[in-house]
Unconditional design. Structure first.
Length: 606
């Protein structure tokens, strides 16, 4: 029996219950989680091969809609169970924040899969509101269309139009000044709005993703401001429009104790609004439901959370119930804006390694370090005498003695540092590091790694029944020193990788859990642009799958147009220059034209 080397990447930790390694050493996708039957598992390498047979080049994003559906079902089931077992008297009804992944197929899938749950969408800008309206035409009429973000007259007017054509639209007030905008637009259009208020809680979320939390957060109203807005609406005869309280304390909330604290605080504000006469009805707990990128379930960093869907839902339901019962207020509908937790798992970035180059070793050899240590330590008898003379005097004012002791302290620190460095080098002796030049751009495909040091699980998607004996870093195709991946899950600076095959066989690497934010945030650095997008759809309950191309990656011409260059004019100018030089053969014309109209990435071996 061959060894499964998936443990080197902790795939059983972060990948559960969707990813495993099959008997062939390939990563396998369990599209229905733990309920997946063996014949329903999809070999990721086989899916990649089918994609390349369609003349698609790397990089590829493979999406698994069955995994997306399973995530949505699991979230709703977790809340349904928590509500049932705690005796909560209302229900859960979530929305997807489209900023997390605005791709049409992703949003449409979630609306379609979520129709049975009255699942809705959250928008934070005018373009997002337009796409949400379009998608929800095929959703449940009860689905929430939550309008967050800063709102000008156009945004508010569009939201009111959506309300007038029977979308369940809720305008969430982020600033006190937005009340005047909503009132004016409402009167001009003759449409009475449904309103929410965003609370800026005192509860904080530690780490990078919690910068929007606490009293100094970017969004929302403090407690006194919330009640002031409610009072203003009352004076305007519009308090009956206020039906939702919203908060968001940041993504990747690490523990359920923080979740409980935030929900209890917000539910207290909610109850007070009810007592002021607002009808209310919905408590929107925002996002924050995290995923375990490193598989440790520790919650000790931005890379992990110490809970699963069930614990999250239970913490929310119990906290809301407790405060409502204490205040004698009916339990509200619970809404969450979970984005990262829904879409991260279903999308996998695949690229090929083009070449592996051995990197130069440390410029200071182990022999040189040993020699330096010998110099510092010197004769042990002399060192002992120096220490004795430094401590012999009991007079605290003996400046010479103190100076001698300080020098010995610095001396010892340097010896300690050199000893540790030597130990590390000796431990790594004989291990070379290789730079694997990969067919991707960090800036356009995993911008969170470059921008905020977000780590994603990365591993080869095949050959995992062979021991990966080389330590590697990933170098992208951009002409930028930051265009590399040299830190991995667990804090390692290298990744276990296989030697590239001499016969030119492809070596395929996957970045997992990257389905949230990366496509929208991707830059145009070096004009590389995005990947080819592929859906991997199950062929039914008896196994098998089909690959459907849903979006071709941008060509060089597409990328040039983004920066206001005209490819046709450029082609004509190059042709004119070539004709003047007397060298414009059909082969040369074909080369120039093909570069304009293919993806800017290199072609990999299929």
């Amino acid at each position: 029996m061959s060894t499964n080397y998936g443990y080197l990447y902790n795939i059983a930790g972060w990948g559960d219950p969707y990813f495993t390694v099959d008997s062939s050493g390939n990563v396998s996708v369990k599209i229905h989680g733990v309920e997946t039957k063996p014949e329903q598992e999809i070999d990721l390498l086989a899916a990649v091969k089918k994609a390349t047979e369609k003349n698609l080049q790397f990089p590829l994003i493979l999406r698994f809609p069955d995994v997306l559906k399973h995530r949505l079902d699991s979230l709703n089931t977790a809340f349904a169970n928590a509500i049932k077992y705690t005796g909560y008297t209302s229900h859960y009804q979530g929305v997807f924040p489209v900023k997390v992944n605005q791709n049409k197929h992703v949003v449409d899938d979630l609306v379609g899969f979520g129709k049975v749950y009255n699942f809705g969408l959250e928008a934070g800008s005018k373009p997002e509101l337009l796409l949400a309206m379009n998608s929800l035409i095929n959703g449940s009429p009860k689905a929430y269309l939550v309008c967050n973000g800063y709102k000008d007259m156009d945004y508010v007017s569009l939201a009111l139009v959506a309300r007038s054509i029977n979308f369940n639209t809720i305008i969430v007030l982020e600033l006190e000044e937005e009340v005047d905008t909503v009132v004016r637009a409402s009167r001009e259009l003759g449409v009475r709005p449904i309103l929410g208020i965003r609370a800026r809680l005192l509860t904080t979320n530690p780490g990078h993703f919690g910068s929007t939390s606490g009293k100094h957060g970017k969004f929302g109203l403090l407690e006194a401001q919330i009640y002031a807005v409610a009072e203003k609406l009352k004076q305007l005869g519009m308090l009956d429009c206020l039906k939702l309280l919203h908060f968001h304390i940041g993504s990747q909330i690490p523990t359920t104790s923080i979740i409980s604290s935030a929900v209890r605080e917000a539910t207290g504000y909610y109850c007070h609004l009810v007592k002021m006469g607002a009808p209310m009805g919905t408590l929107d707990i925002g996002g924050g439901l995290g995923i375990d990128y490193d598989g440790t379930r520790s919650g000790s960093s931005d890379m992990s959370v110490a809970y699963g869907l069930e614990e999250y839902a239970s913490a929310v339901v119990q906290a809301a119930k407790l405060v409502c019962n204490q205040n004698g207020v009916a339990h509200p509908v619970l809404c969450s804006e979970s984005g990262r937790a829904l879409v991260s798992h279903h999308s996998i970035l695949i690229y090929d390694a083009l070449v592996a180059v051995e990197e130069p070793s440390d410029s200071v050899t182990s022999d040189e370090l040993i020699s330096r240590l010998d110099e510092l330590v010197g004769n042990p008898t002399t060192l002992h005498a120096n220490i004795k003379s430094a401590v012999q005097s009991e007079d605290g004012n003996n400046n010479a003695s103190l100076a001698h002791a300080d020098q010995l302290n610095k001396h010892g620190i340097e010896i300690f540092k050199l000893s540790r460095r030597l130990a590390k080098q000796l431990e790594a002796a004989g291990d070379s590091t290789y730079a694997y030049h990969a067919n991707l751009s960090v800036f356009s495909l995993t911008p969170d790694f470059w921008g905020i040091k977000q780590l994603f699980p990365i591993l080869p998607i095949h050959r995992l029944n062979e021991e990966p004996k080389q330590k590697g870093t990933l170098i992208d195709l951009t002409c930028d020193s930051d265009g590399k991946i040299d830190k991995f899950i667990g804090g390692a600076q290298t990744l276990p990788l296989h030697a590239l095959e001499q016969n030119g066989g492809g070596y395929y690497i996957g970045t997992f859990l990257a389905g949230a934010y990366q496509e929208a945030l991707g830059s145009k650095h070096n004009l590389f642009g995005g990947p080819n997008l592929v859906r991997v759809e199950s062929a039914g309950g008896f196994g098998g799958f089909r690959v459907v191309v849903v979006g071709a990656g941008p060509t060089a011409a597409d990328q040039l147009k983004v920066m206001h260059h005209d490819p046709d004019e450029m082609m004509q100018a190059i042709a004119k220059r070539a004709e003047a030089a007397g060298h414009w053969t059909p082969t040369e014309q074909k080369i120039v034209k093909s570069v304009f109209y293919t993806m800017p990435y290199l072609f990999g071996e299929a």
